[in-house]
Design a protein around this ligand. Structure first.
Ligand code: CMP
Length: 355
């Protein structure tokens, strides 16, 4: 059975509905809200809850075809989004029932690939993150201890114990600086300066680890995606594994909609294209169509002359582009493939017009 049309919400629409619901939850906490407006907002929440019930039904129906494992996060979020407000309505007699709809905060997570990506980054970088967090803990405790020793006699009400001094240490180490507790002695102020600098370093380390982790993970995903595309081009099946890795790094995937002009006659050409899927039309005097596995744009790269013809997408086309410098690299690492491309270019140049 296909998805039910009413409940097949796209990810952005899902996020929008959740945002409207959460704004209604927030508005309902305003104490002097008029009775009519309050009723309207409650009806709105009830409407969103009905939509989420329908979505849950759809999720449960499609999980049979797509597998429970795949859909587990979506099922869990959809079940909670329906059950938590329902349980609050049935069991909680207070006026705070609508607050439980705040569980819809989870809704945007159900379809997001970003959170899966973040999970992988945190797992990959766990050792480094734990290392920096340990340093943070050590500096934090050390700062609280030092502040306690230095300031306890000057401000016993604020630095009278290590737990009390810990609040100042957190606020200073994170460079937030509320200013509610400040050291009075000269040495205490020197300590505060040192701790702030440590804090900046520690947060920079955290940010650096996460940024590198995200970059690596995105690069890995791109590599795998391009690898799968490269596997669909028969020409590359002749490559050895080392050359294949090199070419996967060099190729840039791109999808163009039907009707797009990919290269225009007379332009300078700095790249050639391999067709993974779809068809293109080459506007030679007798137009030629090229399909999956073919390539084009090689003539300008080889001869250095302007593009010999305009090439446009007949259908939506999935392409891999190879820049001129990378083509030189391919010529060196795989002369066999470069020869095939050169021979094809020669044939195309001298191609007799079709009858
Ligand atoms: P280039 O000249 O760089 O840009 C236009 C491309 O169209 C060209 O490279 C070839 O890849 C392709 N092309 C030109 N003529 C033909 C042909 N007769 N048959 C197939 N493809 C062609």
């Amino acid at each position: 059975m296909s998805a039910l049309p009413f409940s097949k919400l796209s990810a952005p629409l899902n996020a929008l509905i959740a945002a409207i619901g959460l704004m209604a939850v927030a508005a309902l906490t305003i104490p002097d809200m008029a009775g009519r407006t309050r009723l309207t907002l409650e009806v709105l929440l009830a409407g969103i809850w009905v939509v989420y019930c329908l979505q849950l039904i759809e999720t449960l129906i499609t999980q049979r075809t797509r597998g429970v494992r795949d859909r587990m996060p979506a099922i869990a979020v959809d079940v909670l989004a329906v059950l938590v407000p329902l349980a609050a309505f049935l069991l909680d007699g207070t006026r705070d029932q609508s607050l439980y709809c705040a569980i819809w905060l989870l809704k945007p997570l159900r379809d997001s690939t970003f959170f899966r990506l973040m999970g992988r980054v945190l797992t990959n970088e766990a050792r480094n993150l734990i290392g920096v967090t340990s340093v943070f803990g050590i500096v934090l405790f050390g700062a609280a201890l030092a502040a306690y020793i230095i300031e306890r006699d000057v401000q016993p009400d604020k630095f009278g114990s290590i737990p009390q001094a810990m609040w100042w240490a957190v606020v200073t180490l994170s460079t937030t600086g509320y200013g509610d507790v400040t050291p009075q002695s000269f040495i205490g102020r020197v300590l505060a300066g040192l701790i702030m600098m440590c804090g900046i370093g520690i947060f920079a380390l955290w940010a650096g680890i996460l940024a590198t982790g995200f970059y690596e993970e995105v690069r890995r995903q791109d590599f795998v995606r391009t690898w799968q595309l490269v596997a669909a081009v028969p020409l590359f099946q002749r490559l050895g594994s080392a050359a294949l890795v090199e070419i996967v790094r060099a190729l840039r995937p791109r999808v163009v909609p039907a009707g797009t002009v990919i290269c225009r006659k007379g332009e300078t050409g700095d790249r050639m294209f391999f067709i993974v899927e779809g068809r293109v039309s080459v506007a030679t005097p007798n137009p030629v169509e090229l399909g999956s596995g073919s390539f084009f744009g090689e003539m300008a790269l080889i001869t250095g002359e302007p593009r010999s013809a305009t090439v446009s997408a007949v259908t939506e086309v999935s392409l891999l582009s190879l820049y001129s410098v990378d083509f030189q690299m391919l010529s060196k690492s795989s002369p066999e493939i470069a020869d095939i491309i050169r021979k094809t270019a020669l044939e195309r140049r001298g191609a007799p017009p079709k009858a």
